[in-house]
Design a protein around this ligand. Structure first.
Ligand code: GLU
Length: 304
């Protein structure tokens, strides 16, 4: 498969959608992202790296970090996690308070904000320094010891994250948060602020395409069954209330973030990531979705 030629073609075609979405601004620091950027990386299980555009520039991975949080939590407490968070698509905005209220403080899934706050709370119980543990885990997965949290983004979210604070307080009132609201939010905001490039992110997602094993080191991170389940949650819940649209158009497990990144995996073959900061009203990158749709169409590779 000539992945390089395909990525080059995708870059040309996706350019037509430049200017269609809007850079996220509800977190003030994110509004500074350059709207015109477009990068893509595809890494195969045997280590071949294909890139196009701004694939080496770091961006705020935002909700994509929820995949790292969830992986860590599953490694620590396994299925027990699902006593406190569901695994059904939400069909609601990622920060919905309404759903949490009528479901009595049990978030629908680990990829909406309320769910990720519960997962963060689990990590706080498991690790003496959960914030550092998450960072070290991302560094390990991507083989990039110099990954860092973006303090400006974390601070900006801390200062403006009233909805997340409301979600955390509501979880707490239902007894589904064991630690202090401020402590949980602090770790969550930092995880969202992690800055990574498309290449680094694709490498970090490879274990999900490889039945739970980091291909470069042969290290098992999740069991085959846990990996299958995590990929199933990515497919059904990875794109908020646009998960159906992503499955329909792209046909891969994946996760998006409001920074304009998307990471997706083709089990048994590769991981691919794309970054383009202009997002649609659901919080998903406009050019990113188009690029991955073209990738599965032009390669004929998808899970279906
Ligand atoms: N940090 C963002 C928030 O909590 C993440 C949202 C996202 O990327 O979808 O609102």
């Amino acid at each position: 498969m000539d992945y390089q030629r395909i990525l080059d073609e995708i870059t040309r075609e996706a350019a037509a959608l430049s200017g269609v979405g809007r850079v996220a601004s509800y977190i003030p620091e994110l509004a500074k992202a350059p709207p015109d950027r477009f990068g893509m990386a595809l890494i195969t299980l045997d280590g071949q790296v294909f890139t196009t555009g701004d694939a080496s520039e770091r961006f705020s991975i935002q909700s994509i970090s929820k995949v790292f949080l969830l992986t860590l939590a599953i490694r620590q407490i396994g299925e027990q996690l699902f006593e406190r968070v569901g695994r059904e698509p939400s069909g609601n905005p990622f920060n919905s308070l309404v759903q949490l209220e009528y479901e009595r403080g049990i978030p629908r899934n680990p990829f909406i904000n309320a769910g990720a706050l519960v997962v963060t709370d689990v990590l706080l119980a498991q690790f003496s320094n959960a914030r550092q543990e998450v960072l070290e885990f991302a560094r390990h997965l991507s083989a990039c010891p110099d990954l860092e949290y973006d303090a400006a983004v974390a601070g900006s979210e801390q200062a403006s994250g009233f909805t997340n604070a409301a979600l955390a307080n509501y979880l707490k009132s239902h007894g589904n948060l064991r630690h202090r609201v401020e402590t949980v939010l602090e770790v969550y905001f930092h995880a969202c602020s992690l800055a990574m490039s498309c290449v680094e992110l694709a490498r970090a997602f490879l274990f999900l395409a490889n039945h739970g094993v980091l291909p470069a080191m042969g290290e098992r991170l999740l069991t085959v069954s846990q990996t299958k389940r995590l990929n199933a949650i990515l497919l059904t819940c990875g794109f908020y209330d646009e998960a159906g649209e992503f499955a329909f158009r792209v046909g891969l497990p994946g996760k998006s973030g409001v920074g304009g990144g998307i990471a997706a995996v083709m089990p048994g073959r590769w991981a691919a990531t794309v970054w383009s900061p202009e997002i649609n009203c659901y919080g998903n990158s406009v050019r990113g979705m188009k690029a991955l749709e073209l990738l599965t169409t032009l390669t004929g590779e998808s899970i279906f």
